[in-house]
Design a protein. Structure first.
Length: 480
């Protein structure tokens, strides 16, 4: 119990520190650029709310506030006004468009730099990803779903989506289908022939109405190693065996297999495995009861190798986030897409996902997602929307073209309008984030149980000293 409490505390510290750092680094970028360009900086705060500690250095007030989530920097000369004022209500000179643009862009650039820095550790430590699988074998297709009506059948092998191949099996396939606007084209292999089918995805009620596939596929379940003396080793299971069936029922995934073993409650199991190209039956294997985190569970002592330890370099991590963000935004604004604003995540949703990553995958999974968050924050803030950094850049460009400031009335009107819209959007997605909390905790519980056996280990390469160049994985999308 003590270890569990310590683990929870460690998870909370990780979420607070690293999520807060993503915001603090962003604001610190604005601070450095403003000081460099000679702008007036009223205050730099770590955290929000009531002031806990503070000091003044070279005219800038630096404070630590009570709420540790993020921070802010007060820059009056970035406001769209003809009369910027300091803390003493004295007029300040107007900042040049170039200075405002540089200061605005510095925040996202700081996030990118922070992402590359953390990305070096992800590159060194590695991240577990599904093993390369350029196809998916269809296991089941409900007859009332559009995939079946389009001609998809059990036993078909899917090798492409919308004219593109995929690398990591179900993870890539399901994401490509979900983010498709309008008609999906699947390339199939069936009894030696290649054919295409087309259909419009139907809302999947299990995934909040997204166009997530309604069919299921066979996920190869390969034995990586066996726990010495455990039931599986004693029954004759061997490394590299692929689990096909348990008690004559097909196994679709590691979660499915774990569920079948635990449901057996120690009764004899019959496994059918694929070994050296032929099916082998293993009978009379009984799961052994063990206690995990205070719960009694049944295990047979198999460590699976569905995942492999990959080492994407920082540039690959960045291009992956950019690609995913682009695909999500494209789907969000496409007319025929099933992706809706309620499927996005705000701060509460992002914190929940970080928690899932840390609780189920440990530090390396959490760190990998923090890299995703800080890169996403940079991209999001560069959107050309008033109140965001990209909006300040747009105002600066317009002023350089027309050779005068944007009229205060117009600038304030745009800022206030988009501020209200942005706040309304955040409240909207936060409502759905809160609704998902129960689901999130079930995911954490299920994923934690899957860690009954250790993952296959690999020796990480030497720590890199520089970031070379270039692609990477897909994760739970937290578009903001």
């Amino acid at each position: 119990m003590t270890l569990q409490v310590l683990q929870i505390i460690a998870n909370i510290v990780f979420v607070v520190v690293f999520f807060g750092l993503c915001i603090i680094v962003h604001e610190f970028g604005h601070l450095l650029a403003a000081l460099w360009r000679g702008l007036y900086v009223q205050r730099f705060s770590i955290g929000f709310g009531k002031k806990v500690w503070g000091t003044t250095y070279r005219g800038v007030e630096y404070i630590v506030s009570a709420l540790p989530f993020g921070g802010y920097v007060a820059l009056p000369q970035l406001d769209p006004t003809d009369e910027p004022k300091n803390v003493d209500d004295k007029l300040l000179p107007q900042a040049s468009p170039q200075s405002r643009m540089i200061t605005a862009v510095a925040g996202p650039l700081a996030n990118v730099a922070f992402g590359f820095f953390l990305g070096l550790f992800v590159w060194w430590l590695g991240i577990y990803r599904p093993a390369p699988t350029p196809h998916c074998d269809v296991l089941d297709v409900p007859q009332d779903c559009p995939e079946y009506q389009a001609g998809l059948r059990p036993g078909d092998r899917i090798v492409g989506v919308n004219g593109q191949t995929f690398k990591r099996g179900w993870e890539d396939l399901s994401q490509m289908i979900t983010l498709t606007a309008g008609e999906v084209t699947l390339r199939l292999e069936r009894r030696g022939e290649t054919l295409d089918i087309r259909y419009r995805p139907a809302p999947n009620p299990k995934f909040e109405g997204l166009g997530f596939p309604l069919f299921t596929v066979q996920t190869p379940l390969v034995v990586f190693r066996l726990v010495p003396g455990a039931p599986a080793a004693q029954a004759g299971v061997q490394p590299r065996d692929q689990i096909l069936r348990v008690d004559a029922k097909p196994v679709t995934s590691m979660q499915d297999f774990i569920g079948k073993v635990r449901e057996s409650a120690g009764a004899p199991l019959t496994l059918v495995v694929l070994r050296d190209g032929r099916e082998v039956t293993i009978e009379g294997m009984c799961a052994r009861q063990e206690v995990m985190r205070g719960e009694k569970v049944y295990q047979i002592g198999i460590v699976f190798g569905e995942m492999e330890l990959t080492h994407p370099n920082p540039w690959e991590q960045f291009t992956n986030v950019f690609s995913q963000t682009r695909n999500v935004l494209t789907a969000l604004f496409a007319r025929d897409s099933l992706v809706r604003p309620q499927h996005m995540s705000g701060p509460i949703g992002i914190v929940q996902i970080i928690w899932i990553k840390v609780a189920s995958g440990g530090f390396r999974e959490g760190l990998w997602f923090i890299v995703f968050v800080t890169f996403s924050l940079a991209i999001f803030n560069l959107l050309p929307i008033p109140v965001l950094d990209g909006g300040h850049v747009v105002f600066g460009v317009v002023e350089l073209i027309i050779r005068r400031r944007v009229p205060t009335r117009i600038a304030y009107g745009l800022q206030n309008t988009f501020a209200v819209l942005l706040i309304a959007f955040m409240l909207y997605v936060t409502f759905f984030d809160v609704k998902r909390i129960g689901t999130i905790w079930r995911i954490v519980h299920d994923r934690t149980e899957e860690k009954a056996e250790p993952k296959p280990q690999a020796t990480p390469p030497p720590a890199p000293t520089t970031a070379p160049a270039k692609d990477a994985p897909a994760a739970e999308q937290p578009a903001k």
